[in-house]
Design a protein around this ligand. Structure first.
Ligand code: ADP
Ligand code: TPW
Ligand code: MG
Length: 577
């Protein structure tokens, strides 16, 4: 071997060069980043190519918003930042919705966008895709950084990772100007400039007095309730949470994405008695859940007249008292807080009075009994209960499958009908109730876990990300999309009151065949009109792992305005025509 080859073989020597492209890749790899959710173009096309050549998995989407939702989902499922890579201005803006979504939901992700020449952008001289991206991103994410020099790439990426996952997780923007990629530096110095982030999300132990205070409040409760949120699911402290809940004997209510943290069939689950427990409880322990609109801000009619005290476990101190007084704030990471509380309960803990748990049980049983016959119906066209009765059995038989869910009625009925059995298996519209998360979320779920994915989608909801079924087919992902096709938003029955040619604003093409879209890309398309059709098609898809789209025909009269949140619509004083 000649000396030159020897040098290269032995690693970078003085005199060997590296560049921005490779420093970015090396920095990501050093920090165990494995997958990039991407849409190519100037100035990041070659970055994507080099990434693939260097062993990163680069998945290209058809629109940055869906690459972004995929990255956000990857962050939620893995506790490592999901990475979305986009071009400048329009690509960046397309990714920004997902970055804001990640921040709102406390999911760690990094949006990396290429950007134009600083000098030209700052003088507003009209560069290709000119935009001051850093300034625009700042208010929409947890942190935003720009790297101008190759020697700062290591630090820039380390800061982005730490900002995304430490404390309350969130979205981070990383601006990488085109010029940076081609900058060269000595390879050895470059390697030394990289940073491996040590203990990116440090544990945060709760103060002992905070635990004592929480226990005191809890011991005074006659009708206690535990509310589990998606922060609790995110924390991956599943065993600790289960141990605390079971030791306490307190009924628990899972928020949407916390379903399955303990099985919905668990004897302490109060899901089917939601209204009762919110109204009647006297002490509520919030674990990784916020008292935002999804819980009516902790006050008002749905919380009843019963005076309440709140215990809140959260990593973000500013969350305390955000809507109502928190009697016992417990600030720290959920694993540490939950195990400290569990330990403090000790041997002399007494479970809640049986009058309370029996009241919850009987309400729960009554509601389940009321629901059961509806789920058996075989109506054609299907209603939500008939269709979901079929899909509910499939998830029960395949508890490790991941359920993705969006829509209005399609969302609300699915959430209440389909029981979940394992943590982090239900992924949905999150804090904003955003439409369009469907296909990006399904793709990341399949990619990050390798498990089969069932996406239950309203026909409107599906439309926001429908083109990504090409991405699903291209990467041959085990995703079965069921489109609940009721010809529109909420219902398909609205009419234009003027009698004009345009259909009503909530109505789509009647009897559209979404199944044929999937066939166009080589996937399996199925047209289903009955619960039996649906069962057959979805089971086959889940067994084969082939990309499948089932167009499930739903009675266009079956839904209600805005699903279960119609009360949030403002009302006009002028009567509707
Ligand atoms: P949900 O919508 O399910 O009620 P939210 O998204 O409103 O849940 O609340 C999640 C909460 O969990 C946030 O306030 C966030 O700060 C908190 N959180 C996230 N991860 C952790 C963690 N590891 N430890 C403690 N709290 C966490
Ligand atoms: C980004 C507003 C909430 S729910 C919904 C829309 C458009 C669609 C409901 O119809 P779908 O479900 O999906 O067919 P179903 O079963 O009731 O018929 N834009 C964004 N986010 C939201 N939430 C909306 C619009 C909306
Ligand atoms: Mg619909």
């Amino acid at each position: 071997m000649d000396t030159m080859a020897q040098e290269i073989h032995d690693g970078p020597e003085a005199g060997t060069l590296t560049d921005g492209f490779h420093l970015i890749i090396d920095a990501l790899k050093l920090n165990d980043i494995k997958t990039i959710y991407n849409v190519p173009g100037i100035p990041i096309t070659d970055l994507g190519r080099y990434m693939q050549a260097e062993g990163l998995r680069v998945l290209s989407f058809r629109h940055e918003q869906h690459a972004g939702y995929a990255a956000a989902t990857a962050g939620y499922l893995t506790k490592k930042p999901g990475i979305c890579l986009t071009v400048s201005a329009p690509g960046f803006l397309n990714g920004l919705t997902a970055l804001a979504h990640a921040t709102t939901n406390c999911f760690p992700m990094i949006l990396i966008s290429g950007s134009s020449e600083r000098e030209i952008v700052d003088l507003q001289q009209g560069d290709y895709e000119e935009m001051d991206q850093l300034a625009i991103a700042k208010p929409l994410c947890k942190a935003a950084y720009r790297v101008l020099h190759a020697e700062d790439i290591g630090i820039g990426i380390a800061r982005a990772i730490r900002a995304a996952v430490s404390g309350r997780p969130g979205g981070v923007y990383l601006d990488l100007p085109a010029k940076l990629m081609g900058q060269t530096m000595d390879a050895e110095a470059g390697a030394k400039s990289l940073v491996k982030v040590i203990d990116a999300a440090p544990r945060q132990l709760p103060a002992p007095e905070a635990i004592a205070r929480a226990l005191k409040v809890l011991k005074g409760a006659k009708r206690p309730l535990i509310i589990l949120g998606k922060g609790a699911a995110y924390a991956q402290a599943d065993d600790d949470i289960r141990a605390l809940v079971e030791k306490s004997g307190i009924p628990f209510l899972p928020m949407s994405m916390a379903k399955g943290l303990l099985p919905d069939t668990h004897p302490q689950s109060a899901g089917p008695a939601r209204s009762l427990v919110l109204k009647e409880s006297d002490v509520v322990v919030m674990i990784g859940a916020r008292l935002n609109w999804l819980l009516s801000h902790g006050k008002g009619k749905s919380w009843g007249d019963q005076p309440k005290q709140f215990v809140q476990i959260d990593i973000e101190p500013k969350e305390m008292d955000s809507n109502v007084e928190i009697a016992a704030p417990v600030v720290g990471d959920i694993g540490s807080c939950v195990s400290a509380l569990h330990e403090a309960m000790g041997k002399d803990w007494t479970p809640p009075p049986s009058e309370w748990t029996e009241l919850v049980d009987s309400k729960k049983q009554a509601n389940l009994d009321k629901m059961a016959p509806k789920l058996q119906n075989n109506n054609v066209p299907m209603d939500y209960h008939g269709a979901l009765g079929a899909l509910r059995t499939i998830i029960k038989e395949r508890p490790d499958a991941i359920l993705v869910n969006e829509g209005a009625n399609t969302l609300d009925f699915t959430r209440s009908i389909i029981d979940m059995f394992q943590p982090r298996k239900r992924l949905d519209v999150g804090t904003w109730g955003v439409m369009g998360i469907g296909m990006g979320t399904a793709i990341a779920a399949a990619v990050e876990t390798g498990k089969p994915v069932l996406a239950i989608e309203g026909d409107s909801a599906f439309g926001f990300s429908g083109m990504e079924i090409e991405t699903i087919c291209r990467y041959n992902l085990p995703i079965c999309v069921v489109v609940f096709n009721n010809n529109g938003i909420y219902r398909g029955t609205d009419v234009n009151p003027t009698g004009g040619a345009d259909v009503a604003p909530t109505v789509f093409v009647k009897d559209a065949r979404y199944d044929k879209m999937m066939e166009a890309f080589g996937g399996v398309g199925v047209y289903a009109t009955s619960p039996d059709d649906l069962t057959r098609a979805v089971n086959e898809a889940m067994d084969s792992g082939r990309p499948t789209l089932v167009n499930a025909v739903i009675d266009e009269k079956a839904g209600t305005e805005s699903g279960r949140i119609g009360n949030l619509n403002p009302q006009s004083v002028v009567a509707k025509k």
